[in-house]
Design a binder for this molecule. Structure first.
Ligand code: NAD
Length: 499
């Protein structure tokens, strides 16, 4: 059985911990490796080493650091298929989806190749007689990234690239369910020229996370995962005086107006609702048609599309639409929530509960499920299901539909499908959600914008990637300087004349 190691000071090091977690093959339900769950002492040691390594890295000029990002980007590109395979093996998503996972991470690395421009400061000439002001962005020191299972390549890259390009050292704690991709990325960063110790990958669970939150050297924590854990991490990190940005779960709604192209809307809903088995924080899990006629026509278009979705292992090739969910527990939870939807009176129009795949009977596969007549008081509406389940909530008017989104606890992404620019503009302007799509179901902003939700989808300040990430991973220092010899004759305060 493979034992997955930590990456410390540029080498693979086996943790001395006796605690382990199984890394599963979600398609077969078999254990394919074990990852050691590191201890607090191991974390503290990795941080101390990172703090030493950061001194020289932080003093390396930004352009040289950016060159490491350039080489790293080239290596990620070169190893795209290998990385995608690693993602699929542990996560279970299809290979095209896994390539997208790597690609969206790579795009953030590409922005970090321009780190010198992002990090340059500001200057005020002649703020007073002989007085200039300038500000600079300096690294925080050692920072931490804690990442979820659902994007094993993308989110570690979203964390590492801006933190490292800004001159910090990073402790990365990948999800214990999918640790291998992050470790391979760390190796590629080393090959790209990142000095040893500047990136330490420490595997583990709550024990290591708590050690990160309590370690006095760690200055900032970037977390992505579920809302209860995001809120917990934000509270404990902030209480310990750390900068923290913690991105949580989601319940993303898509409004479908009566004037929308319903074929396009149905295609978009199927891609955004069931892609990656619904295990995306930007998945659409609630379809909100406006008007009964729109709802009737939409469900008619959705049913055959959903029934035709192909579920299977990533090894079955490009024909497969989505793979298994991450664990047996996750599958049981999803099926339990579907049961609750039926019990609470929703209409289950496509039932994925009994799905079985020959040869993969122990895999964590869920067939696609589709509900109609869902109401906001039902558990399937309130909970983030994180599985291949789409709920249709019927609303009479645009205002009712908008209010449904506004009243929801989560605020990661949302979308509207309409042919009317005025309605689309009104929606984008008024809705209290961080990322909005207009005729665009998964509005993940490009890497030179920023990514972040509102309400219970994010705790803390500033978004992920883009200019916000450089602000998060640096602190501003502002210098006010006066040079007496530089004061003009006849200036307001002529210090020379006073001598
Ligand atoms: P999770 O919260 O279970 O785990 C995330 C990380 O936290 C992992 O590294 C895990 O080891 C650690 N962790 C888990 N329990 C902990 C505890 N009790 N104390 C301390 N640390 C703990 O999330 P997940 O299941 O891996 O990922 C799925 C979730 O992530 C979904 O809710 C999804 O919406 C969310 N997500 C959000 C975004 C975003 O940008 N908003 C992006 C991707 C995923």
């Amino acid at each position: 059985m493979d034992v997955i190691k930590n990456f410390i000071d540029g080498a693979f090091v086996e943790s001395g911990s006796t605690r382990t977690a199984d890394v599963m093959n979600p398609a077969t339900g078999e254990v394919q490796a074990q990852v050691k769950l590191s201890s607090k002492a191991e974390l503290d040691d990795a941080v101390a080493r990172a703090a030493e390594a950061q001194k020289a890295w932080g003093a390396t000029n930004p352009q040289r650091r950016a060159r490491v990002m350039m080489k790293f980007g080239a290596l990620v590109n070169e190893h795209m298929d290998e990385l995608a395979e690693l993602v699929s093996r542990e996560h279970g998503k299809t290979l095209p989806d896994a390539r997208g996972d790597v690609q969206r991470g790579l795009e953030v690395v590409e922005v970090c190749m321009g780190a010198p421009a992002m990090l340059k400061g500001e200057f005020t000439d002649d703020g007073g007689p002989g007085i200039d002001l300038y500000s600079m962005r300096q690294p925080l020191g050692v920072v931490a990234g804690i990442t979820p299972f659902n994007f094993p390549a993308m989110i570690p890259m979203w964390k590492m690239a801006p933190a490292l390009a800004s001159g910090n050292a990073m402790i990365l704690k990948p999800s214990e369910r999918v640790p291998s991709t992050a470790l391979r990325l760390a190796e590629l960063l080393q090959e790209a020229g990142l000095p040893d110790g500047v990136l330490q990958v420490v595997n583990g669970d709550k024990e290591v996370v708590d050690a990160i939150l309590d370690n006095e050297t760690i200055a900032a924590v970037g977390f992505v995962g579920s809302t209860p854990i995001a809120q917990y991490i934000y509270g404990r990190a902030a209480n310990n005086g750390k900068r923290a940005q913690c991105f949580g779960g989601a319940k993303n709604h898509m409004l479908i107006m009566p004037d929308a192209d319903l074929d396009k809307a149905a295609d978009a809903l199927v891609g955004a609702g069931y892609g990656a088995a619904g295990e995306r924080c930007m998945a659409i899990s609630v379809a909100v048609p406006v008007g009964q006629e729109t709802a009737d026509r939409l469900i008619e278009k959705l049913v055959p599309r959903v029934e035709n979705l192909k579920v299977g292992p990533y090894t079955a090739g490009d024909d497969v639409d989505f793979g298994p969910v991450i664990t047996a527990a996750s599958k049981a939870r999803i099926n339990g929530l579907i049961d609750s939807g039926v019990d609470q009176g929703a209409k289950l129009v496509v039932d994925g509960r009994g799905f079985q795949l020959q040869g993969y009977e122990n895999g964590f596969f869920c067939g696609p499920s589709l509900f109609d007549n869902v109401t906001p008081d039902m558990d399937i509406y309130k909970e983030e299901i994180f599985g291949p389940v789409l709920s249709q909530v019927r609303m009479e008017t645009y205002e009712d539909a908008l209010n449904l989104v506004m009243d929801n606890d989560y605020g990661n992404g949302t979308a509207i499908f309409t042919a009317d620019g005025d309605t689309a503009r009104d929606f984008a302007h008024r809705v209290n959600v961080g990322m909005v799509g207009i005729n665009f179901p998964i509005p993940v902003p490009l890497s030179y914008h920023t990514f972040g939700g509102w309400k219970k989808s994010a705790f803390g300040d500033l978004n992920q990637y883009g200019p916000d990430a450089f602000r998060f991973y640096t602190k501003t220092k502002t210098v006010t300087a006066r040079w007496f010899s530089g004061i003009k004759e006849g200036g307001e305060f002529n210090f020379k004349a006073m001598d």
